[in-house]
Design a protein around this ligand. Structure first.
Ligand SMILES: *Cc1c(COP(=O)(O)O)cnc(C)c1O
Length: 395
C-alpha cells in the first residue's frame, strides 16, 4: 500500500466514510491540478478533454477557473454549455464527425473544428460555413500507454493540402494540433511533435498561409498509476513541461504566424483526484489449466464499472480494514463473466491481505479519469457506480 501526496486527506476521508460502493471526485484537488498546470504553462489556453471525466460538477468547477473544453460530439458541447463553459472556450476536437454532427455543433455555436482529411474539411465547409479549422498531424504514439496513432491525424504533406483546401472553401485555416498518445511517459514525444509542427508551419508560411494557434493536444500523464508489473509509472512531468515550454518558444519564433497555444489535457487533470470505494467480492485460490494454484481477488467493480484501463495498468489499492496484514500475491479481477475484466495476470500479481473477507472495503486510487465515461449500462447486472464529490467549499 502506498499513498502519495496527491491522494488528499479529504479524498481518503470520503472513501472511509462511504458505506456503499461509489466513485468520489475531489473537486478542490482537480482545481489545484488545473492551477498547477496554468503555473507551469502560463499563457496557454487549457481545454479539458471532457471525455476523461464528463461529470457536471467537474466541468462547472473547471469552467469557473477559466478552463475551456475539448468536445468530441454535439452532446458533449451541450453538456459543457449547461455546466457553464462558454462556447468561446470550446472547440470540436474530434476529426471523426458526420454531416449532422457538424451541423448540430455549428448550430450550438462551435466555430473551431479539428480536421485531418479532405472529406472532412469539405463537410465542415458545407455544414459549418466560414468556420475555423485546425489540422491534426499524426504522431507515432511512441512512449505512451495508448498510442492513438492510427485512427487520427494526417501527414505533413496532407496537412498542407487540407489547410489550402480549407482556405479555398471559405474556411479559416487556423491551426495545427497533435496528440502524442495518452499517458505519454517521455518528454521526447513532445520534442518530436514540436519538430513536426515546426516543419509544417514553415511550409505553410511559404504558401502564404498564416496560422493563429497550435494545439498541443492531450497526453499529459497522471501521476499515481502503476504499470502492468506493479511498478510506479513515475512520469517525468517536470521535464515534459520544460520541453513543452522550449517547444512553444521555438514555434513562436517561426516567421509568418502569430501563434497562441492551446493544450487539451484529459487524464492529467482528474485521474489522481478520483477514487472508488469498492468492496471485496471474494478472495479465492484456484488451480488453473496449468495446475498452478493462484489467488484471485475479485472486486465489486472492474473494467465495466470504473476500472476500464485495468488491462494496461494497475490502479493502487488500499485495504483499510487490513492495514499491515500478512499478504498473498493475487490477480485482481472484476465481478463480471468477461475474462478481460482483470489485471494482466501474466505480468503482475498484487500483494493482498490473506484474511480478506467478502464485503470488506477496498479503495481504488487514481481512477478519476476514463472511469464514468467507460462504464457500461450494467454488464452482467453489475450497475454503473454512483458518484459523489468533495466540494471543499464552506456552505
Ligand atoms: C482524448 C483526447 C484528449 C485527452 O487525452 P489524455 O491522454 O487524456 O490527455 C485530448 N485531445 C483529444 C483530441 C482527445 O481525443
Amino acid at each position: 500500500m502506498s499513498t502519495t501526496t496527491y491522494d488528499s486527506g479529504p479524498l481518503l476521508d470520503a472513501l472511509a466514510a462511504a458505506a456503499e460502493d461509489r466513485i468520489v471526485f475531489d473537486l478542490p484537488g482537480i482545481e489545484e491540478r488545473y492551477d498547477a498546470l496554468c503555473r507551469e504553462l502560463p499563457d496557454v489556453a487549457v481545454r479539458f478533454a471532457m471525455k476523461a471525466c464528463p461529470v457536471d460538477e467537474v466541468l462547472a468547477r473547471l469552467a469557473r477557473r477559466g478552463c475551456g473544453v475539448d468536445a468530441a460530439s454535439p452532446k458533449e458541447v451541450e453538456q459543457a454549455l449547461a455546466a457553464g463553459v462558454p462556447i468561446s472556450r470550446m472547440h470540436y476536437g474530434n476529426t471523426v464527425k458526420s454531416d449532422r454532427n457538424i451541423a448540430d455543433a455549428f448550430r450550438l455555436g462551435i466555430r473551431d473544428f479539428a480536421t485531418d482529411s479532405l472529406e472532412d474539411v469539405r463537410a465542415v465547409a458545407e455544414h459549418a460555413p466560414g468556420s475555423r479549422v485546425f489540422c491534426r498531424l499524426a504522431t507515432t504514439g511512441e512512449g505512451a500507454l495508448w498510442g492513438l496513432s492510427n485512427k487520427y491525424g494526417c501527414s505533413p504533406d496532407d496537412a498542407l493540402t487540407i489547410l489550402e483546401t480549407a482556405r479555398d472553401l471559405g474556411l479559416t485555416p487556423a491551426g495545427l494540433s497533435v496528440h502524442v498518445g495518452s499517458q505519454q511517459m517521455t518528454a521526447d514525444a513532445w520534442h518530436g511533435a514540436v519538430d513536426r509542427i515546426a516543419d509544417v508551419l514553415a511550409a505553410l508560411a511559404r504558401r502564404g498561409i498564416s496560422l493563429d494557434h497550435v494545439n498541443l493536444g492531450g497526453g499529459l500523464p497522471a501521476l499515481g498509476y502503476r504499470d502492468k508489473h506493479g511498478r510506479p509509472l513515475d512520469p517525468p512531468l517536470d521535464k515534459i513541461f520544460a520541453v513543452i515550454r522550449e517547444g512553444m518558444a521555438h514555434l513562436a519564433g517561426i516567421p509568418g504566424h502569430r501563434l497562441r497555444f492551446v493544450i487539451e489535457p484529459g487524464r492529467h487533470l482528474t485521474a489522481d483526484h478520483g477514487a472508488i470505494r469498492a468492496h471485496v467480492s471474494r478472495l479465492a485460490a484456484r488451480r488453473g489449466p496449468d495446475g498452478e494454484r493462484q489467488y484471485w481477488l475479485y472486486l465489486s467493480c472492474g473494467k465495466f464499472n470504473g476500472l476500464y484501463e485495468m488491462d494496461q495498468l494497475q490502479y493502487r489499492l488500499v485495504f483499510p480494514s487490513h492495514r499491515d496484514a500478512e499478504s498473498v500475491p493475487a490477480v485482481i479481477a472484476g465481478p463480471t463473466c468477461d475474462s478481460d475484466d482483470a489485471y494482466s495476470h501474466e505480468d503482475g500479481l498484487v500483494p493482498v491481505p490473506r484474511e480478506l473477507a467478502s464485503g470488506d472495503p477496498v479503495w481504488v486510487l487514481s481512477c478519476g479519469a476514463y472511469a464514468t465515461s467507460y462504464m457500461t449500462q450494467g454488464f452482467n447486472g453489475f450497475s454503473p457506480l454512483p458518484y459523489t464529490w468533495i466540494d471543499g467549499e464552506a456552505a
